[in-house]
Design a binder for this molecule. Structure first.
Ligand SMILES: [Zn+2]
Length: 301
């Protein structure tokens, strides 16, 4: 089975993770721009971070046989530094139209402050102008209120719910999101957001329509194999393979391919690893390491 993990912060992960993900069937990942743990103090660090997401990280993923896409945005937490946020807003239009950028994200509310509201709205306007999907981070505190507000504001700004992915849902929010025609994404994240047994029950109850899952693996205690592990559990618990395929692959592809930057042929036609390749003159290898180069089994020489 092939999987897509449509929310995972690979910059914070190791090459072992990339190898294990590929082994488990993950063919493509989407990395939303987010808060790095250490608050940034200069606009230049945002600029370099966005360049990293569309540049080196994309290359690094390719060296392990995984297609890498990203969403670009100002995260809600750092939107509270208004002076910096103003400068970051000026950068965003330069990055959202780059190759491999499949949306504006992850944006939304954290503490639901006035500053967060201001920059969320400005970024919704940007997404609408450039016709890209939006990836919404919903808050951990006051989740239901924050989720409803995220959707209301998106509608107020004229966004089509089919272009908006509401992330980090749970049992309390899923019905409201589906009823309004938005995509309902779920983060399988240990001990906090959602476990995979609960997720299995949600899919049994609501079916697969407009639902998909991700790992949101990052620098915290998280699991980059959450998508394939949840697929496995769903199959074991009697969910049909077609349903599992929808929530672990097809629906994420349908949502984010609306960007025009991501299609199945990207990985179906190009899955082979060639670690002799370089990015800006550098490979991922250190002195003495042997590059892994996979041969195309359909070619006879
Ligand atoms: Zn995230």
């Amino acid at each position: 089975m092939f999987f897509i993990d449509p929310h995972v912060h690979m910059t914070s992960r190791t090459t072992d993770d990339y190898e294990a993900m590929r082994q488990a069937g993950v063919v493509a990942v989407i990395e939303p721009a987010f808060w790095m743990g250490q608050p940034r103090t200069r606009v230049g660090t945002f600029q370099d971070y966005y360049s990293h997401l569309i540049g080196f990280e994309r290359f690094r993923a390719s060296q392990f046989g995984i297609k890498h896409y990203c969403t670009i945005g100002l995260n809600s937490k750092e939107a509270n530094n208004e002076a910096l946020a103003e400068e970051v807003m000026e950068l965003l239009p330069l990055f959202v139209c780059k190759e491999g950028v499949v949306g504006v994200g992850e944006i939304g509310y954290d503490d639901q402050t006035a500053a967060e509201d201001k920059y969320y709205r400005l970024q919704l306007e940007l997404a609408r102008e450039v016709n890209l999907p939006v990836q919404i981070h919903t808050p951990h505190r006051d989740k239901k209120k924050g989720t409803l507000r995220s959707m209301e504001v998106a509608l107020e700004h004229g966004l089509d719910p089919a272009m908006v992915i509401v992330d980090h849902n749970n049992e309390e929010t899923v019905q409201d999101v589906l009823e309004r025609g938005f995509w309902a994404a779920f983060t399988i994240y240990p001990h906090t957001k959602m476990g995979n047994e609960r997720m299995t029950e949600i899919v049994k109850h609501y079916g697969p329509e407009h639902i998909f899952i991700n790992s949101a693996a990052d620098w915290g205690i998280s699991d980059p194999l959450a998508v394939p592990k949840t697929a496995q559990l769903m199959l074991e618990r009697g969910i049909p393979a077609e349903t599992v395929h929808l929530v672990t692959y097809q629906n994420a592809l349908a949502a984010f391919s609306q960007s025009g930057q991501m299609q199945e042929s990207d990985w179906l036609n190009d899955r082979l690893i060639d670690q002799s390749l370089k990015f800006s003159g550098n490979s991922i290898l250190r002195g003495g390491q042997t590059p892994k180069i996979e041969a195309d089994p359909t070619i006879i020489r």
